[in-house]
Design a protein around this ligand. Structure first.
Ligand SMILES: Cc1ncc(COP(=O)(O)O)c(C=O)c1O
Length: 406
């Protein structure tokens, strides 16, 4: 209340007042002895909390060399880049590590400018972070308005609308950068029609635009593929990763790019730097995360589990469709429940917390509740989630229907 902010303190109280103190796998433990099944985590915990292999690698790195001088060569960053590049789309071979998703967006926007792509096209409801540059392409007036003026020359087009994009590109031939998510996460789990990403790629090539695909939320197996673009075999010029890359242990994000796109950063290693960027400790986490995902077939697990979960959530929500529930949609382990009323999201979220389950709202779509569970949940945990969701939904729907309509 006194040192972090009264708003944060009040939010914590609304959520139940407990403090989180420990975690493992899909579980978070609170200081009052309760534990919560984490189907939220804003998409970070694809490997769950504190994956043992990642924790071990990070411990080892702490005991040897957690932060580098930044003068000599440092092998852990190179190994992590190599491991990640083994899974990025063909040609997307160069990796610039940063500390957060928003920083990955910043790096991409600066790289685009270094190529003369100064006019940025983003999508309505798109989310790319909240630092000043990233915020300029995050289509949310609530977050943008207090910080105007933002970056100049940013245009919003409709998501999943190639014609709208083409119109914007035609007016900016050879000077545009397009930033897009394969599925809009914070935008409320919006899944574009099949072929959209391929059309975006073709349009960017035709009009000489740099294509940045933001996979910070959708990548690292979240959609049941390594990257959302894999479904359509699309190769972006720049791909952003974050969240799951941390292994749920140390914050890290990355901007990966083709040799051509990466050129300016390759030629001058001081052009865009940050003291803690590509630290050995964070890169050790990223490397161990990629290795753990390979060893445990996390991507295939995410796909299989996602199909089961989506079908089961649809079944649980079916009695409420046409009433409080508008639609259930998802791909892999990114699932959204869209409600008719915004209020239902908050009420259901609190009802779930009271019953020991954590989920998330969506920052750019207030009527959508978002599920981003880890790929490591066991059958019993999946069942527990579904039973709890059914109970919480019933209780929320009952409460809301008792209320006089406004
Ligand atoms: C698609 C996407 N891009 C960027 C970001 C920003 O990442 P961070 O919160 O780590 O800055 C997010 C975070 O939710 C995201 O979902």
């Amino acid at each position: 209340m006194k040192h972090i902010g009264s708003g944060r303190a009040v939010m914590g109280r609304v959520m139940g007042g407990m403090a989180e103190v420990r975690s493992e796998g899909p579980w978070i433990h609170a200081d009052d002895g309760r534990r919560f099944l984490d189907f939220g985590g804003y998409g970070v915990f694809i490997l769950g909390h504190r994956h043992p292999a990642v924790v071990e690698a990070v411990h080892r790195q702490i005991d040897t060399h957690p932060l580098a001088s930044r003068v000599f060569l440092e092998p852990v960053a190179a190994r992590a880049a190599q491991a990640l590049a083994a899974h990025t789309p063909p040609g997307v071979d160069y990796v610039h590590f940063v500390n957060s998703g928003a920083e990955a967006t910043e790096a991409a926007l600066k790289l685009a400018r270094a190529h003369g792509r100064t006019s940025v096209i983003t999508t309505r409801r798109g989310f790319h972070g909240k630092t000043l540059g990233a915020l300029s392409v995050t289509a949310n007036a609530t977050y943008q308005t207090p910080f105007q003026p933002l970056l100049p020359d940013v245009t919003q087009v409709d998501y999943d609308d190639p014609a709208d994009l083409e119109q914007a590109l035609a007016a900016r031939r050879d000077r545009a950068c397009v930033i897009v998510e394969p599925v809009q996460g914070e935008g409320g789990v919006r899944i574009p029609r099949r072929g959209y990403l391929r059309q975006v790629r073709a349009l960017c090539s035709a009009y000489g635009a740099l294509l940045v695909v933001d996979e910070i939320q959708t990548g690292m197996g979240r959609l049941g593929t390594w990257w959302g673009v894999d479904v359509e075999g699309v190769c972006p010029d720049v791909l952003l990763a974050g969240k799951g890359l941390s292994g749920g242990v140390v914050p890290i994000a990355a901007m990966a790019a083709t040799a051509e796109a990466y050129g300016p950063f390759s030629r001058d290693p001081y052009l865009h730097t940050s003291t803690f960027g590509a630290s050995p400790i964070a890169c050790a986490a990223a490397l161990a995360t990629v290795r753990a995902m390979e060893a445990e077939n996390t991507v295939a697990r995410s796909a299989a589990l996602g199909l089961r979960l989506l079908a089961a959530v649809r079944e649980v929500c079916a009695p409420y469709e046409g009433g409080p529930v508008r639609e259930v949609r998802g791909r892999g382990l990114l699932i959204g429940i869209e409600f008719a009323e915004e209020q239902a999201v908050g009420e259901l979220l609190l009802e779930l917390i009271a019953r020991g389950v954590l989920v998330n709202h969506s920052l750019n779509s207030t009527r959508v509740l978002r599920l981003t569970p880890p790929a490591v949940v066991a059958d019993a945990e999946l069942d527990l989630f579904l039973t709890t969701l059914a109970e919480a939904l019933r209780s929320t729907a009952d409460r809301m229907s008792d209320r006089p309509t406004r």
